[in-house]
Write a protein that binds this ligand. Structure first.
Ligand code: BGC
Length: 739
C-alpha cells in the first residue's frame, strides 16, 4: 500500500479503532471453540476490543492463523489485518542450541544462518514478528534467563544481536523474513541478586557503556520492534520511562519502529508503585512512547477517557497507530494478510533435513569442552565398552524451556545417536537416578506443564541405580549425563544454589566411587558451579540445551567426528557466593595481585579465590595451540592512524581444528576507571595439525572510545595494554600509546 493510502486509512479510523490497534491479546481470545468470551471477561475488555485488536500473541500454525485472520477480517470494518507475534527464540520447530550455547560458538555467521532458517519455518507457520533476539547482558548466574542471552560481554553480544536481527529479518520478504523485536529494553539482565523481575539500578555510565550497546546494535541492524523490560531503570519502570524510550531510543538512536511492552508490564506499574491505577499506568506508558500494550486492559479501557478528559493528546495515539500500520504495510499484510502461512510449506520446511543439518552443526560448535584429562576424549568407536548413565542419557528434553514451538519427539537422544555409531553390544544405558527429587517447586510453564514428571519411587530409584552400577562395572569408560531440569532455568528460573541437583550429585559420587573414568556431560541454562565434579570427572563437556540435533552433535564430539571449539561467554563460578562474576570488572584500589597492601586488606574473599573456575572465553579442543610473538606495529598512534597487533598461533596437536583467537584491551589511566580487560575483537580460524598462522587485528581510535568523565564518547590519550590469547586469562601481552 502506498504511504498516502496508509495515511488515509489512519484518518478513516475512529478513536476506538485506533486504540484497538495498540492492544495485543493472546490466542485464547480467538480459539476456534470459545470465541473470546471467557478470557475477555477475565481481562475486563469489551467484545469490540477483541474484534478490533491489532495483534495476537503466541498463536501459530498455518491453518490456525489463516482461520483467525479470515474470521477477523470478515468482521472488521477497516480491514486492517492482525499482526501475529510469537516467542521464536532459538528455532521454530527445528531447535538450535539455547542462545547461551549459540554465544559459545563465537560464530555470528553461523548464528545468522540459524536465525534465517528459523524465520523461514516461522513464516510458513504464519508468524509476522518474533520476540527475539534477547540481548540482555548477564553477569549473574543465579538469573534463570542467562540461557536466553549470549553472555556477559558487550562487544560479543553486539555481534550476535546484529547477526540475529539480520538473519531473522533478511529483506522481510514473505516466506523468508519476519520482523524482529529486540528485548528487554533495558538492562533486564542486571536484576539485583539474580532474582527474576528484581530491581535494576546502575549508573548511567555503566548503562550506556555496558548494557545499552547490544540493543543499539539490534536497532542499527534494522530491527523493527523493541520490547520494554519489566525492571526499573533509575527507579522508573522501563515501560513508563520516557527518558529511556523517547530520549535514548527514539531521539538519540533514531528508532522509528514499534515499541511493545513486555507481558502485562503497563499494569505492573501499579505494583511498582509509580501509578495509582490502570489509568495512570496507561498515561505513563503512552507518554513514554510505548505503542502496544501486551495483554492488559490499560490501553483498551483507559486511553479514551484520558483523551476525552484532556490528560493526553490524541496525537500520541495517532503516532503509535501510524508506526503499527507502517509495520503491517512493510510486511505486505495489506496485499496478502496471510503472508506466507501455508500448510504445504510447513510440511516441506519444518525439521527438514537441511534445517536438521544446520542444528547439528550449530550444536557441535556450541559444545564447550571444559576438561579432558589424558586425552580421554575422543572415545574410540570400537574395542571399548561404554556405560551411558544419568537422567539425560535417553531424554528428549534437550531443547530447553523457551523452545515454545519445538517438539521433543523430533529430538535425537544421546543414546540413539551413540547407537548409530557403536557396534551392537558395546553400549549399555541406564537412567541411574531421577532428574529431581521434587518437581512441585518448578511451577507450571508451557510445554513443561504438560510433561507430568514425578519423582521415582523408592523401588524404581533402587532398580535404576542397580542397573547403572552394573553397566558401569562392565564398562571401560562411563559417559554420565547430568544437569538442571530444563525448568530450573528460563523465565522465573532464578536459583540461589547453582550446583547440579542434589539427587544427581549423590549419583555422581556413587558412580565415580567405582573408579572408572567418567566423561561428564552437563545440561544447563546458566553457568553451574561444577567445582567438585570437575575434580573427579576425567572429562567435562558443557552441552547447554543443544536442541533437536543435540544427540548427534554430542556423539560427533564424543567420537571425534567434530573437534570441539566452543568457548564460554559467561564465567563459571567456583561457588555461587562469587556472583555476579565477570571478567571485565574494574581493578579497585586494592587489587589482589598488585596492591600496595597485603594480607587481609585487599579486594578478595577469605574463603575463595576471586577468579572463576572457568573463565570467559575458555574452552578446550582435541588439539592444543601455542601462541607466540605478539607484536604491535608501532609504539604509538594518533587519531586517523591505525595499529596492527599480530600473534603467531600454532596447532601443536595431531588433529585439525578451530581456534578462537581473542583480542582484549585495557586503558591504563582514564578520566574514569576502566575495565581490567575488554574484548575488542576475535577471529575463529582453522588450523591443520602442526600448522602455524599469523593472526592480525587492526586497532583504531574507535576501539578505544568510552563514556568519559563528562559522558562524551571518545578516546583519551594515554597508555594501553593489549592482550591476545585463548581466553580472558590465558593471554600474551603488549602495549601502545594513543596520542
Ligand atoms: C517474557 C518475554 C516474552 C513475553 C511474551 C514475557 O513473560 O519476559 O520475553 O517475549 O512474555 O511471551
Amino acid at each position: 500500500m502506498k504511504e498516502s493510502q496508509l495515511k488515509e486509512l489512519l484518518e478513516s479510523l475512529t478513536l476506538e479503532e485506533k486504540i484497538c490497534q495498540l492492544v495485543q491479546l493472546s490466542g485464547d481470545f480467538y480459539a476456534a471453540d470459545a470465541m473470546a468470551v471467557g478470557p475477555q471477561q477475565k481481562l475486563g475488555i469489551s467484545e469490540k476490543v477483541v474484534d478490533n485488536a491489532g495483534s495476537i500473541l503466541n498463536v501459530l500454525g498455518a491453518d490456525k492463523i489463516r482461520r483467525i485472520q479470515s474470521e477477523y477480517l470478515e468482521k472488521s470494518r477497516h480491514k486492517i489485518p492482525l499482526l501475529f507475534m510469537s516467542d521464536i527464540i532459538y528455532g521454530y520447530r527445528t531447535i538450535y542450541p539455547i542462545p547461551l550455547g549459540l554465544g559459545a560458538t563465537w560464530n555470528p555467521e553461523l548464528v545468522k544462518e540459524c536465525s534465517r532458517l528459523t524465520a523461514k519455518e516461522a513464516c510458513a507457520a504464519g508468524a509476522h514478528v518474533t520476540f527475539a533476539p534477547m540481548v540482555d547482558l548477564v553477569r549473574d548466574a543465579r538469573w534463570g534467563r542467562c540461557m536466553e542471552s549470549t553472555g556477559e560481554d558487550t562487544y560479543l553480544n553486539c555481534q550476535f544481536a546484529k547477526a540475529m536481527v539480520e538473519g531473522l529479518q533478511g529483506e522481510l520478504k514473505p516466506g523468508e523474513g519476519i520482523a524482529s523485536c529486540v528485548k528487554h529494553f533495558a538492562a533486564y539482565g542486571g536484576a539485583e541478586a539474580g532474582r527474576e523481575y528484581n530491581t535494576v539500578d546502575m549508573s548511567e555510565r555503566r548503562l550506556r557503556e555496558e548494557y545499552l550497546p547490544s540493543y543499539r546494535a539490534a536497532v542499527d541492524a534494522g530491527c523493527e520492534m523493541v520490547m520494554t523490560s519489566f525492571n526499573t531503570v533509575d527507579e522508573i519502570p522501563a515501560t513508563g520511562n520516557r527518558w529511556l524510550m523517547d530520549q535514548v531510543l527514539r531521539k538519540e538512536w533514531g528508532f522509528d519502529g514499534v515499541i511493545i511492552t513486555d507481558y502485562a508490564a503497563i499494569q505492573e506499574m501499579t505494583a511498582h508503585g509509580v501509578a495509582a491505577d490502570d489509568r495512570e499506568a496507561a498515561r505513563l506508558a503512552i507518554e513514554a512512547g510505548v505503542d502496544i500494550d501486551m495483554k492488559t486492559p490499560c490501553y483498551a479501557n483507559q486511553l479514551k477517557p484520558l483523551i476525552e478528559d484532556g490528560e493526553i493528546s490524541e496525537e500520541l495515539v495517532d503516532k503509535a497507530v501510524w508506526r503499527i500500520l507502517k509495520l503491517k504495510n512493510k510486511l505486505g499484510l495489506f496485499e496478502d494478510p496471510y503472508r506466507a502461512a501455508s500448510a504445504e510449506r510447513e510440511k516441506e520446511l519444518l525439521v527438514c533435513d537441511r534445517h536438521r543439518a544446520q542444528a547439528r552443526k550449530a550444536a557441535g560448535e556450541a559444545l564447550v569442552l571444559l576438561k579432558n584429562e589424558n586425552h580421554i576424549l575422543p572415545l574410540k568407536k570400537k574395542g571399548q565398552k561404554i556405560a551411558l548413565v544419568g537422567p539425560y542419557s535417553d531424554s528428549s528434553n534437550l531443547i530447553g524451556l523457551w523452545a515454545v514451538h519445538g517438539k521433543t519427539e523430533d529430538v535425537v537422544t544421546i543414546k540413539a545417536a551413540m547407537e548409530e555409531v557403536l557396534e551392537p553390544g558395546t553400549l549399555s544405558c541406564a537412567q541411574g537416578c531421577g532428574m529431581l527429587e521434587d518437581y512441585a517447586f518448578l511451577g507450571g510453564f508451557a510445554r513443561a506443564e504438560k510433561s507430568g514428571e514425578k519423582p521415582l519411587s523408592k523401588e524404581q530409584a533402587e532398580a535404576e541405580l542397580a542397573k547403572a552400577l552394573e553397566a558401569v562395572r562392565n564398562a571401560d569408560v562411563v559417559v554420565m549425563t547430568l544437569g538442571e531440569h530444563m525448568m530450573q532455568s528460563g523465565e522465573g528460573g532464578s536459583r540461589t544454589d547453582i550446583r547440579l541437583p542434589e539427587i544427581q550429585r549423590r549419583f555422581f559420587d556413587r558412580i565415580t566411587a567405582e573408579g572408572k573414568p567418567v566423561v561428564l556431560i552437563v545440561f544447563n541454562g546458566r553457568p553451574l558451579v561444577l567445582t567438585e565434579e570437575s575434580q573427579k570427572a576425567a572429562a567435562v563437556l558443557e552441552a547447554w540445551y543443544p536442541g533437536t540435533e543435540g544427540g548427534h552433535a554430542i556423539a560427533d564430539v564424543l567420537f571425534g567426528e567434530v573437534n570441539p571449539s566452543g568457548r564460554l561467554t559467561m564465567s563459571f563460578p567456583r561457588t555461587v557466593g562469587q556472583a555476579p562474576l565477570y571478567y571485565n570488572g574494574f581493578n579497585t584500589g586494592r587489587p589482589v595481585k598488585t596492591s600496595i597492601h597485603s594480607g587481609r586488606f585487599m579486594s578478595k574473599y577469605l574463603d575463595c579465590p576471586n577468579d572463576p573456575l572457568y573463565s570467559f572465553g575458555y574452552g578446550l579442543s582435541y588439539h592444543e595451540t601455542a601462541y607466540s610473538d605478539l607484536t604491535v606495529s608501532a609504539a604509538s598512534f594518533t587519531s586517523g592512524e591505525k595499529l596492527t597487533v599480530s600473534v603467531n598461533v600454532k596447532n601443536t596437536g595431531v588433529v585439525a581444528g578451530l581456534e578462537t583467537v581473542q583480542l582484549y584491551l585495557r586503558d591504563l589511566v582514564g578520566s574514569v576507571v576502566r575495565p581490567v580487560k575488554e574484548l575488542k575483537g576475535f577471529q575463529k580460524i582453522w588450523l591443520e595439525a602442526g600448522e602455524k598462522k599469523t593472526v592480525s587485528f587492526t586497532i583504531g581510535e574507535e576501539l578505544l572510545k568510552f563514556h568519559t568523565k563528562d559522558m562524551s564518547f571518545c578516546a583519551e590519550p594515554g597508555k594501553f595494554q593489549v592482550f591476545v590469547g585463548k581466553n580472558a586469562e590465558d593471554v600474551l601481552e603488549g602495549e601502545f600509546e594513543f596520542q
